[in-house]
Design a protein around this ligand. Sequence first.
Ligand code: 16G
Ligand code: ZN
Length: 566
Amino acid sequence: LEDKDLLRKQAALFPLSKGVKFSYGTAGFRTDAALLPSTVFRMGVLAALRSLCTKRATGLMITASHNPVHENGVKLADPSGGMLNVAWEPYSDMLANAPDVENFLQIVEHIVKRENIQSRNAASGEVLLARDTRPSGEALVSAARQGVEAVRGTVAHDMGVLTTPQLHWMVRSFNNGVPASESDYFHQLSDSFRMLVELWHANTGDSTHSEELIVDAANGVGASKLTRLQHLTTSLGLQVRNSGNEGGGLLNDGVGADFVQKEKVLPHGFQLPADVGKRCASIDGDADRLVYFYIPEKHEDGYSGPVCTLHLLDGDKIAAIFGLFIIGQLRILAGYKSSVSDATTAHKAVVPGYGEVKVAVVQTAYANGASTNYIKQVLGLEVATTPTGVKHLHKKAEQYDIGIYFEANGHGTILFNEIFSQWLQDASVQQKEAEHRQAAKRLVAVNEMVNQAVGDALSGILMVEVVLRYQGWSVEQWDSMYKDLPSRQLKVKVKDRAVIITTPDETRVASPSSLQEAIDTEVGKYKGGRAFVRPSGTEDVVRVYAEASSQQSADALAQAVCVLVY
Ligand code: 16G
Ligand code: ZN
């Protein structure tokens, strides 16, 4: 490195907090904000090195997603706009835990050598910085900036308060040499949304607006961004609640996508009977997760008292409705008469002029078994499975012409590969039949609208709203695509969660094998039972998941497995 003294001097300003072991985990460092300045400074250094190494811009986001407001975190975006390259994750752990400045410098030297990073004089590295609405964010962005600029030859650009997916989108666009400001983001989303709505009108002649969507914004950064999006997309009826405005509730406190998905109870700000039957959605604190829900008029068991069980439409159901739309458009391009598959037509979309379009839905072990069945059997789509964590799903989805990926927790998106997306652009003008041109245009617009860098609650909402209009569906009709198998998620605190090692797909325990045998025995007691455990990558717990034919059985199975883990 050109200027070790600069780095030494700056690093000394950010001593390591004593007694904490930092781990990059599934998606970056997360902990109490007060412990983070040294980690964030060091990640600024790493983001700069990554940028110098790849000769493209990287990103650094200050957020702790759905975690409480006193916590914060830092995660890096790779030049593609995706998550930090996994090969670099060990560097982040090494840097974050270096006990003192000299040790830290040695690790930096090691990275520079190993990655063959050339020192440069001119400013050749660039890092885009952003933060969510947490009060600790401003000081942490400043620490990140100092880290970036302690590496000679790199500059930091503070993009301000953004959602996580906005920052990822900006890094990707910036490196692709296309307009990359926040206002470009909003225009790209709203223009393609408008295009999809117009193409729908052209189809149905219908211009009625469906009932508005009510969004629980987790008292986070998504609230103001949604409001801005709404101003640009007049036909999107939207009401934002839990906006985090002064005097309102706390970030992620009894609100947001993580809370709603895990607890399956109503977030603050939603009431009975006023909100019964309405189409509602929750996003998380940095707006990269999305789930829908509604309060049914009556419960199946006939009960309609004041205690409310909401009906959740999770990431799996979002993947299913996205899959339905995509395969429908491909079937038009393939020349089928009906856009939905039936027993007599093959599911495969063989499109004249392109060939077979490879489409898959990527899920994790947490995907509800009923969703997997539906996607395979009714939609006829391939389902691929990866370990938990966006980086794994994203990578898998990239292997298809169209890869739809979703975690049950609501993080996901739709990826188009470049060759196919180019073909679609051409097809949208060159196809002979107007119907075919329109289908291609719709898919081009989806490709534009749905964030290609990472899962994005904002573009996810636009996509769901579009598909509901095309289908003419209410939220209940969407919900009835398939019925979720009853499931339960629990967590267990143990002495050392690292003792449990799972198979790569996380559905089984590889070691200790006695634990898997015991789980198998429990599962065998329940009809249609399924259960697995895995050490969390973000919390000091072991997570337990169980599915069975009744809620009671799922609860009992989850409980029994907890006892085995403990
Ligand atoms: C993070 C991941 C998410 C994953 C979750 C699992 C990203 C952007 N987020 O939130 O994909 O589902 O961790 O948490 O990668 P766990 O390991 O604690 O179960
Ligand atoms: Zn998040």
